[in-house]
Design a protein around this ligand. Sequence first.
Ligand SMILES: [Zn+2]
Length: 127
Amino acid sequence: MTRIYFAENAMIAHHVKSLLEADGISAEVTGETLAAMAGIGPVDLSVQPVVWVHDPTEYERALEIIRRYEKHERADGHATRPTWSCPNCDESVDGGFELCWHCGAERPGSQASDGDAGQGDRVRDDA
Ligand SMILES: [Zn+2]
């Protein structure tokens, strides 16, 4: 097996796996059990699920699919977003969260559907 992708979480790992399999590439996810166990709290980034392809000759093709996936996700603004600091309690909150994990305040300027490709994060909070 050849390791092809370090996923942010088990959900992404399985998404990538299903993309590969949809293209006829046999793939596997490892590390997800630990991730799921850690997932009872905030995601433990030290436990990262890994996607593998069974056939090394499929590696290049698989990589291409993953690149396309990442490009698409980024353009849609669903990929990793920068950490933001809570306007209410000043806690720094992981970019994947819309609410402050500490006090529950909303992310400043959180419009879930800032859909325009690549421009979603241009407005910076400089306050
Ligand atoms: Zn807060």
